[in-house]
Design a protein around this ligand. Structure first.
Ligand SMILES: *[C@@H]1O[C@H](CO)[C@@H](O)[C@H](O)[C@H]1NC(C)=O
Ligand SMILES: *[C@@H]1O[C@H](CO)[C@@H](O)[C@H](O)[C@H]1NC(C)=O
Ligand SMILES: *[C@@H]1O[C@H](CO)[C@@H](O)[C@H](O)[C@H]1NC(C)=O
Ligand SMILES: *[C@@H]1O[C@H](CO)[C@@H](O)[C@H](O)[C@H]1NC(C)=O
Ligand SMILES: *[C@@H]1O[C@H](CO)[C@@H](O)[C@H](O)[C@H]1NC(C)=O
Ligand SMILES: *[C@@H]1O[C@H](CO)[C@@H](O)[C@H](O)[C@H]1NC(C)=O
Ligand SMILES: *[C@@H]1O[C@H](CO)[C@@H](O)[C@H](O)[C@H]1NC(C)=O
Ligand SMILES: *[C@@H]1O[C@H](CO)[C@@H](O)[C@H](O)[C@H]1NC(C)=O
Ligand SMILES: *[C@@H]1O[C@H](CO)[C@@H](O)[C@H](O)[C@H]1NC(C)=O
Ligand SMILES: *[C@@H]1O[C@H](CO)[C@@H](O)[C@H](O)[C@H]1NC(C)=O
Length: 692
């Protein structure tokens, strides 16, 4: 108790300071240490066991989250008749007195997430029934069953938004949401719902947003919530989705069916405003082979519907159903992580507004590019991680893919692309062709053009900015492969020998390149032209996994911020080179996994002080048969001369300091002092002198 006044005092002091910064607003502290500001009483996390009784009676918002209240008594809110918003998140609430909200006629928003309201739900339900003006009610995380939820929501007809997320609801029937005629938003995610009876949502004529993610629904048939704008049924076990037939106009804009077990493309309303359809991670495919028919028109699926004691077999002609669904507004379609082996002819033609199509991680083998298919509005196309060995381009299609900006063909089995594909795509900025075995145009004159598959031509694709060709098995580049582009990002990693002794093939893009990755390409320092001085906008350069024995040249005025030199054959630390060439700009350098000679690390301290070595702890040097971490060298080393370093690992810094500068010896054998060094080291311990 003695501490309280002081604490309050501090609290008040803080608040007055606060007040000065937000002039015009009234702040004060209350008994419970709540912060008061402009009608808001913020009592979160104050270890309160009851609602403070000395808050301004005019308070409109009361935040009591994270206090161990356990019970909200009948009278605890009596003094605050003007409350519009009350938040009791995580208050261990088990009971709410049945007249607790008697005075709260103005309450609009009530948040009760993460409590234990199932404990005495009947009393709580009675308390809620007094709230005739309530618009927002959050009951998530309260272990409520459907019956408890139904009781609590009964007659709360003013509600516009309800969350019942993270409860233990299993079934929904028409009684649960009865009379909630103004409800616009309903969150039921993370329950155990496996069944929704017909009519469960019938009374919810204003419902716009319904979230059923993370439940156990096996199918949605006869979906007929025409007024709904967004429906989220992701992370269930849906095997099929079937909208009710007929020509009713649906308002549906966003449908998330991702992470289910759908076998067929969903059968969508015939008239809707759908712009986002998310189908990621299902088991969907088209089944031409299964039906042994060349025409999709003949594909039929039969669904067994069991409803009580009535069993119905519904026959659906998949293609007709698909063909009759309205996809004219669709802009975003995610079909990634499915089993699509092909797309039927005309499939994409139904989506003239499509701008983003994701087909990543399917089983596509070929793709035909025809007129309006994919549609001209397409901006982003991801075909990565398929088995594409062929792209077909219908002849005479000058404007195809005219809006395309990003094209991902990574990890397929392509040997090339149709001539002119990229040249036609006038807005193409990003191409990822990594992990395909291709060659770039022009091919060396020596190669017989007849015998090899066509080369991929990026020349004069003026819009191209980012190109990934990692691991494409590229042959040595000719000098003008990137001529006429203004590449800012280029990845040539993993193509061993792609720069055959010279970085000349990159001259064309040297002025524009900002990010260049040359990992594992077989660069050696004998490259006469390993000089990046002309790359004046280069910000990031990855040279790891090569055979560099010396630091590349950069010239003076570089923008380089990140440099990766790991896994090379550097024997000397590049301190001087770094500070001379890259002073100012360089922020991160990776240096580990090089066989630095411990006798050549004199610049280590200076380099360390620049605070730019990102893998500091991993940098080692090579001392005869030993590998030593540079960070394990005793502190103070940098103040001494080189020679010490060779002896350091086995002496303490104390000894070093005592010995002082005079006894510092260079380690190279060819200096006059080398014999002294050997003597000295023999005295300290056993340490072999490195071969100089
Ligand atoms: C609220 O008052 C009623 C009697 O009016 C009583 O039965 C109930 O236990 C009280 N609840 C709480 C939480 O105090
Ligand atoms: C709900 O409203 C109906 C009719 O308006 C009424 O008969 C019923 O008693 C009310 N239930 C509660 C719990 O207030
Ligand atoms: C659907 O709900 C899940 C789970 O809350 C969420 O991750 C996902 O983003 C939602 N989908 C949309 C389209 O908002
Ligand atoms: C598929 O159809 C062709 C002719 O249309 C027929 O020869 C073949 O046996 C059929 N295969 C199967 C598995 O039914
Ligand atoms: C099916 O169930 C309904 C009521 O649920 C019952 O009236 C009817 O007799 C049942 N029919 C059969 C064939 O069992
Ligand atoms: C069974 O099918 C008939 C005709 O298609 C339909 O009228 C009836 O409502 C269906 N019954 C169920 C349980 O789906
Ligand atoms: C292309 O797809 C691959 C694999 O799906 C991904 O790793 C890569 O980041 C994508 N490329 C671009 C440029 O987005
Ligand atoms: C690689 O460089 C050498 C020497 O400059 C040259 O003789 C050879 O033709 C080049 N190879 C290719 C494939 O360009
Ligand atoms: C020291 O570096 C050389 C390469 O220069 C390497 O062959 C040798 O294995 C390294 N020594 C140790 C102990 O790793
Ligand atoms: C001796 O060291 C100097 C540099 O300190 C070097 O230039 C010279 O080549 C070395 N001589 C021998 C024989 O190693």
């Amino acid at each position: 108790m003695e501490l309280l006044p002081l604490w309050l005092c501090l609290g008040f002091h803080f608040l007055t300071v606060e007040w000065r910064h937000r002039s015009g607003m009234v702040t004060a502290a209350s008994q419970g240490g709540c912060e008061l500001l402009d009608g808001v009483a913020d009592c979160r996390g104050r270890n309160l066991a009851s609602v403070p009784s000395d808050l301004p009676p005019s308070s409109r918002t009361l935040l009591l989250d994270a206090n161990p209240l356990r019970t909200l008594g009948n009278n605890s809110l009596q003094r605050y008749p003007f409350l519009e918003s009350l938040s009791l998140h995580d208050c261990y609430l088990e009971r709410i007195g049945h007249v607790a909200f008697q005075e709260q006629a103005r309450l609009r928003s009530l948040a009760l997430p993460d409590n234990a309201l199932s404990e005495s739900y009947k009393e709580t339900a009675a308390a809620l029934h007094g709230l005739r003006g309530l618009r927002m009610l959050d009951l998530s995380g309260n272990s409520l069953t459907e019956d408890m939820a139904a009781l609590m929501l009964q007659n709360l007809s003013s509600l516009e938004s309800v969350s019942l997320a993270r409860n233990i609801i299993m079934r929904l029937d028409e009684s649960v949401f009865e009379g909630l005629g103004h409800l616009r938003e309903l969150d039921l995610q993370r329950n155990y719902i496996f069944e929704i009876e017909g009519g469960a949502f019938d009374g919810l004529t204003q419902l716009r947003h319904l979230n059923l993610a993370y439940n156990n629904l096996p199918c949605l048939v006869d979906f007929s919530l025409t007024q709904l704008r967004s429906l989220n049924v992701s992370y269930n076990v849906l095997e099929w989705f079937l909208a009710s037939g007929g020509e009713a106009a649906f308002e549906l804009e966003t449908l998330d069916l991702s992470h289910n077990q759908l076998l067929f493309f969903p059968l969508l309303p015939q008239c809707s405003k759908l712009h986002t359809l998310l189908l990621r991670d299902n088991n969907m495919g088209f089944y031409r082979d299964l039906y042994n028919t060349s025409s999709p028109q003949e594909m039929v699926a039969q669904f067994l519907l069991v409803d009580g004691n009535v069993t119905n077999i519904t026959t659906v002609n998949l293609w007709e159903e698909f063909a009759s669904s309205d996809l004219s507004s669709l802009r975003f379609l995610d079909m990634s992580q499915n089993q699509f082996q092909y797309l039927p002819d005309g499939f994409l033609k139904k989506m003239p507004s499509l701008s983003h199509l994701n087909l990543k991680q399917n089983c596509l083998v070929t793709l035909h590019i025809r007129e309006h298919e994919p549609p001209g509005a397409l901006v982003e196309l991801d075909l990565s991680q398929n088995q594409l060995s062929e792209l077909h381009l219908a002849p005479g299609l000058p404007g195809c893919l005219r809006s395309l900006q990003s094209f991902n063909l990574s990890s397929n089995q392509l040997l090339g692309v149709p001539a002119g594909l990229f040249a036609n795509a006038r807005n193409l900025a990003t191409v990822d062709m990594s992990h395909n075995q291709i060659s770039l145009c022009p091919l060396p004159a020596s190669l017989d053009p007849g015998g090899t598959p066509g080369c991929v031509d990026f020349r004069n694709v003026a819009s191209l900015q980012s190109l990934s060709l990692e691991d494409c098995g590229l042959e040595a580049l000719q000098d003008c492969s990137f001529q006429g582009t203004a590449l800012t990002h280029l990845d040539l990693s993993g193509n061993w020998g792609v720069l055959n002794g010279s970085i000349a093939p990159l001259w064309d893009v040297a002025p524009t390149l900002q990010v260049l990755s040359l990992r594992n390409v077989g660069l050696t320092s004998s490259f006469t032209e390993l000089d990046f001085s002309a790359f004046e906008n280069l910000r990031s350069l990855d040279l790891s996994g090569n055979a560099l024995t010396s630091f590349p040249r950069f010239g003076g005025s570089l923008a380089l911020q990140t440099l990766d030199l790991r896994r090379n054959l550097l024997t000397a630390l590049p301190q001087r080179a770094v500070s001379e060439q890259l002073a100012g700009s360089l922020r991160t350098i990776y240096l580990s996994q090089n066989p630095y000679d411990c006798c050549g690390v004199e610049d280590w301290g200076a380099l360390q002080r620049l605070h730019i070595v990102a893998d500091l702890a991993m940098v080692t040097c090579n001392l005869s048969s030993k590998v030593i971490r540079l960070t394990e060298l005793p502190a103070g080393v940098p103040q001494f001369h080189t020679g010490y370093v060779c002896a350091l690992p086995l002496v303490t810094s104390l000894e070093l300091v005592r010995k002082g500068r005079d006894s510092v010896l260079p380690c190279s054998k060819n200096t006059s002092k080398s014999s002294n060094l050997v003597l000295w080291m023999e005295r300290v311990s056993v340490l072999r002198v490195p071969q100089g």
